[in-house]
Structures are given as C-alpha cells and as structure tokens.
Design a protein around this ligand. Structure first.
Ligand SMILES: Cc1cc2nc3c(=O)[nH]c(=O)nc-3n(C[C@H](O)[C@H](O)[C@H](O)COP(=O)(O)O)c2cc1C
Length: 359
C-alpha cells in the first residue's frame, strides 16, 4: 500500500513535468501585454550603472529573479533539480524546490531535493511544502535543503481538480500560523498559478507571513494539467480558473491594502514581463514553466547563457525607463489597457495614479 502510494506520487511528479512542458508550447497571449511602460529617450544613466540587487526579509540577492518550485521526489526530477541548480548557481538566481512531502515521508528521497544545495552551496534557496504539514515537518523540509526561506503552497483549485487531491482546507490558516511561529526561516506563502487576492493576502499578513508570492494565472495551468491527468470525467471548464499575475499585481496597487512584501510569478515569459512586475512593486520575480521548457530543449550551458541574456536585458529595459535600481523602477509610470483596465477600475484601483507616477 505504502509502495503503491510512493509510486503514484513519483508518477504524478513526472507527469506534472511532462504536461507542464507540453502546455508551455501552446501559450501565445498574455495579460502582461495589457501593461505598458513609457520610453525615456534621454536616460540619465549608463547600462553599467544599473544595479537590480535587493533585500527582503533578510534574503539578499544580486538579481531579483528566482526559479520557482517545481521538482524533486523521483529519480527523473532529481536530475532536473540538479540541472536547474547548476543554472541558478552559475547565474546567481535564487531557487525553490518542488513540494518536499516525498522526502518527509520517505527519507531516501531527500537527495532528490538536497542535490540543489549541493550544486548551489551559497544560493538563496526556498524549501516547499503544502499548508497541511506540521511545524516539525516544515522544519525538517527546511533542514533537508538548509533552506534560507520556506515556501508554503496554497493550491485549492489544483487539489479539487486532482482526483486524488485534498478536500479539506479549513485548517490551513491556523497551520500556516503555527509553522510561522515555530520555523526559523522567513515564510513565503505562494499560489501555484491561480493568483492571490487582496482578502487572502490580508489574512496572511495578519498571521505574520513574511512574503507572499502572487503566482498568478497566465503560464502553467494546474487545472489544465490535472484535467489532462484525469482518465475520466474531465472538468475542462475549470481550465483558466483564477486571476492572472497582472491582475493580482494591479489589485494591490491602490489603495494599498496589503502593506507587506510580495513576489510576482506565473506566466512570466521574458525580461520585459519581469520588469513590469518589478515596476508594480514586486521584490523579485519567479519563473517556472518557461525555464523548464527551455532546459528540456537545451543543455545546462545553453540555459546558463539564456539566463545571462535575461539578466542583461532586464538591465537594458531599466535603462530604457531611466531606472537605475529597484526603488526607481517602482516609480516608473505603468499604463493599463483593455480587460486589465476594466478589472482595475472595478476593483477600485487608481489606475490614473499609476499611469501618472513621477520619477
Ligand atoms: C512541473 C511543475 C511542478 C510544480 N510543482 C510545484 C510544487 O511542487 N510546489 C509549488 O508550490 N508549486 C509548484 N509548481 C508551480 C510553480 O511554482 C509556479 O507557481 C507555477 O508554475 C506558475 O509559474 P509559471 O507560469 O512560471 O510556470 C510547479 C510547476 C511546474 C511547471
């Protein structure tokens, strides 16, 4: 029985990677395109002056970019974790591992996660668990990775569409609060691609969560992935559930209800999307599906080059808007269009203020 559950969990991990990569190749449009930054034709800085380093909750980074939670828990995903960690180490990216339940239940699977610390010994690394675990189990996950922070994922839509998924959620908030009190690293609460709303964020802020990761819709779609894994009665109408990362970011601009640090991730396709997230106040930006898909088609060296290009282009865009660091980027005017504008207006966000920000 135990063996069956392990095999099932490992198969699920491998299927998530397979379907995420397949899905990535079909994505074309993005709501990030309904956000626009304004060109500055006479910037008062050189490319070499741009410094996008930052610090949040004691986590220091050279570049505000991290590889978001994906893998671990099976031999195939150990290899992937190792490769992603090599890329992160060579480029100075922060990195999260995928949900560590497998390692907590089966200690022999710990190496499928700790390989990331081996390959990225000085990196800023995030452990990852669900909101179901006890504080002791959460601390164990942190210890396995020698993690600098702990991501707790909240993924109601995925659980419900997943045939074998959880149906009980009313203990999550208390559990997260208990983990926050007892675990000795900063706590990041993240979605898995459906977005975090203001009300949810305020609940998390009230229990002293350190950082939230909006992890919105627009990239990897776990409702679609779980539907693809179901052998019967597909619930296709759940696909596309949730709010995009652009919507989640816009909703918390003004009035500033949330007043806590946030990361942005979900559907970030290229350096311009990343800079838009930073202009909307994200401390750092996460990428998952896009780097996984790239690594599937290229080797580690090529993927390192690809990330270096991202870093360089993020700095180039910062020059184009005359922002030499993260605090200047947060003052860049941001224009919203179309459905995103409609959304912002309905949610009471002062979009004109955002569009008319003064540098
Ligand atoms: C193959 C795969 C596995 C994932 N597994 C996890 C996980 O175990 N825990 C978690 O918090 N998020 C997980 N995610 C979600 C990502 O961290 C991220 O929130 C989501 O993919 C949206 O970002 P993207 O559009 O850049 O892919 C996974 C994503 C992918 C692609």
């Amino acid at each position: 029985m135990k063996m069956d559950a392990n095999i099932e969990r490992q198969r699920r991990k491998d299927e998530h990677v397979y379907f995420a990569v397949a899905q990535h190749q079909t994505k074309t449009t993005s709501q990030f395109d309904e956000l626009e930054l304004i060109n500055d034709a006479v910037p008062m800085l050189n490319l070499a002056d741009v410094d996008l380093s930052g610090e949040v909750a004691g986590l220091e980074f050279e570049i505000p970019l991290y590889i978001n939670a994906m893998t671990g828990g099976s031999p195939h995903t150990e290899k992937l974790n190792g490769q992603l960690a090599e890329v992160a180490a060579a480029t100075g990216l922060m990195m999260a591992v995928g949900s560590m339940h497998a390692a907590i239940r089966e200690p022999e699977l710990a190496s499928t996660y700790s390989i990331v610390r081996e390959k990225h010994p000085n990196g800023v690394l995030f452990a990852n668990i669900s909101a179901d675990l006890t504080p002791e189990q959460a601390q164990k996950a942190v210890d396995i990775l020698q993690a600098d922070a702990l991501q707790i994922h909240v993924n109601v839509a995925q659980e419900l569409v997943m045939k074998e998924g959880s149906r009980e959620f009313d203990h999550w908030l208390d559990n997260i609060a208990a983990i926050k009190e007892q675990v000795d690293v900063p706590i990041i609460v993240k979605e898995v691609g459906f977005g975090l709303a203001r009300k949810t964020i305020m609940r998390l802020r009230d229990i002293n969560v350190d950082i939230i990761d909006l992890a919105g819709k627009g990239g990897t779609d776990f409702a679609r992935i779980e539907n693809a894994r179901r052998r019967d009665g597909k619930w296709d109408y759940f696909n596309d559930w949730g709010q995009t990362t652009a919507q989640s970011l816009i909703a918390i601009q003004s009035p500033n209800y949330v007043n806590m640090p946030y990361f942005a991730s979900g559907g970030v396709r290229h350096p311009l999307d990343a800079i838009k997230c930073l202009a909307l106040g994200a401390e750092a930006v996460g990428i998952a599906g896009v780097i996984l898909a790239y690594l599937k088609e290229h080797d580690v060296e090529e993927t390192i080059e690809w990330v270096e290009t991202w870093k360089e282009q993020m700095k180039m865009i910062a020059v184009m808007v005359n922002a030499k660091n993260l605090s200047k980027l947060r003052k860049v005017p941001v224009i919203t269009y179309g459905r995103l504008k409609e959304w912002g207006e309905l949610r009471g966000v002062k979009l004109e203020q955002l569009a008319q920000r003064l540098m």
